[in-house]
Design a binder for this molecule. Structure first.
Ligand SMILES: Cc1cc2nc3c(=O)[nH]c(=O)nc-3n(C[C@H](O)[C@H](O)[C@H](O)COP(=O)(O)OP(=O)(O)OC[C@H]3O[C@@H](n4cnc5c(N)ncnc54)[C@H](O)[C@@H]3O)c2cc1C
Length: 355
């Protein structure tokens, strides 16, 4: 089968890029190893900026959020905006919605299918994809790795990066919770290397945490739940990676978590992947116009552009993340006590996407 572009991964990054490329008249194949899209461990907490990219229907919104309460061992610091800052979105519904937009736009899909091998020829990319009907060979001008934090394509292309990994885990409990604040817990005893959270989701409540990979996230999660007299039942877990990643190669580019387009402070990646999908679509359009798929061209038109826009924010987030990770309980108390002095400034001008 021949396509202009094959995209490995039909998550939000891959599917939203597919729609944009279809609107430019390019032929697109979306390949995903999952049989059903949307079973992703994710809190689905997106800033209101998401409504710039999609018509979010009310049935996708579980709750609206105005701020956060930060808990350390001896301090509670609350920030609350006047208006809604974020939406607690039903992530499975969101992923299916973004995929449907891609297929409605004419993108073809191969689900329950995964990348087996990859060959770069002089003027194309050939992949072997294992599908439920057997192996298939796909030829395209360009391949996109939208295959998440543990990207296979990133490894296959041997792209360099300086990445940090944490393991996230979450569970839902049927307790009604319509609070407008998320609760965030910072302590090396609760979630070493990241943080724990409670998200009010209207008819249910989400508990979750992430830890660095030196610690067992499942054990910390069980301990966290006991504080609320809860036992671990069904859970969802997934890695998060953040840092600085090379994202282009000849006839190939990475997007979304595969490209570490992730906020190091919170682990959120959806808004950054939407910003980068816009930049990628423009770059790919130019590559087809000029018939230039070299690494240099893709770097200039995609990687340099997205890094120019987001890397200063990612670096700021990395600095804050590394600082928080190095603090003990007493120092965390002091850090958040100090933030209290800047409460009104954070409430008036803070932006959860650019921290
Ligand atoms: C616990 C947790 C909570 C989170 N909460 C939030 C949040 O509240 N807000 C937020 O913005 N972000 C959050 N994130 C991050 C967010 O989930 C990611 O940034 C987002 O999923 C990235 O989208 P993506 O399309 O790049 O990757 P993914 O959503 O991971 O999609 C990648 C797709 O590629 C497929 N794939 C992988 N390998 C292959 C292969 N070899 N062949 C074929 N298909 C393949 C997978 O099946 C998957 O469908 C959270 C993450 C975790 C772990």
């Amino acid at each position: 089968m021949n396509y202009d572009i094959q995209i490995i991964g039909a998550g939000p990054a891959g599917s939203s890029l597919a729609s944009r490329l279809r609107s430019l008249g390019l032929t697109v194949l979306l390949i995903d190893k999952k049989k059903t899209i949307g079973k992703q461990a994710c809190s689905g907490l997106f800033s209101k900026r998401i409504t710039k990219y999609f018509d979010i229907s009310p049935d996708m919104i579980e709750n609206t959020i105005k701020g956060a309460r930060f808990h350390t061992q001896n301090t509670i610091f609350e920030i609350k905006k006047e208006k809604t800052e974020a939406l607690a979105i039903d992530r499975p519904k969101f992923d299916q919605f973004v995929l449907k937009k891609a297929t409605d736009s004419g993108a073809h899909t191969l689900l329950n299918s995964h990348l087996v091998s990859y060959t770069h020829t002089k003027d194309s990319i050939k992949t072997h994809i294992m599908t439920p009907k057997g192996p298939q060979e796909i030829t395209s001008k360009l391949i996109i790795g939208a295959d998440g934090a543990a990207s296979t394509l990133r490894k296959t292309l041997n792209l360099k990066g300086n990445l940090n990994y944490v393991n996230g885990i979450l569970s839902y409990y049927p307790a009604k919770n319509t609070s407008e604040l998320v609760e965030l817990y910072y302590s090396p005893d609760t979630a070493p290397g990241f943080f724990a959270w409670i998200i009010p989701r209207g008819t249910r409540t989400e508990y979750g945490l992430a830890t660095d990979t030196r610690h067992n996230h499942l054990e910390y999660f069980k301990k966290f739940l006991t504080k609320f007299n809860l036992k671990l039942t069904k859970f969802h877990a997934h890695p998060i990676c953040y840092g600085n990643q090379q994202t282009v190669s000849s006839r190939a580019l990475l997007i979304g978590d595969a490209a570490a387009q992730v906020k190091p402070f919170s682990g959120g990646g959806i808004i950054y992947s939407m910003i980068c999908a816009d930049i990628a679509a423009k770059a790919i359009n130019s590559a087809f116009d000029k018939n230039n798929f070299t690494k240099q061209f893709l770097k200039k038109h995609y990687e340099d552009k997205w890094k120019q826009k987001l890397m200063p924010k990612i670096e700021l987030g990395l600095g804050i993340r590394n600082t928080l990770n190095a603090l003990n309980n007493r120092e965390l108390d002091t850090f958040f006590e100090t933030l209290k002095e800047h409460k009104s400034q954070i409430e008036s001008s803070g932006d959860m996407d650019f921290l």
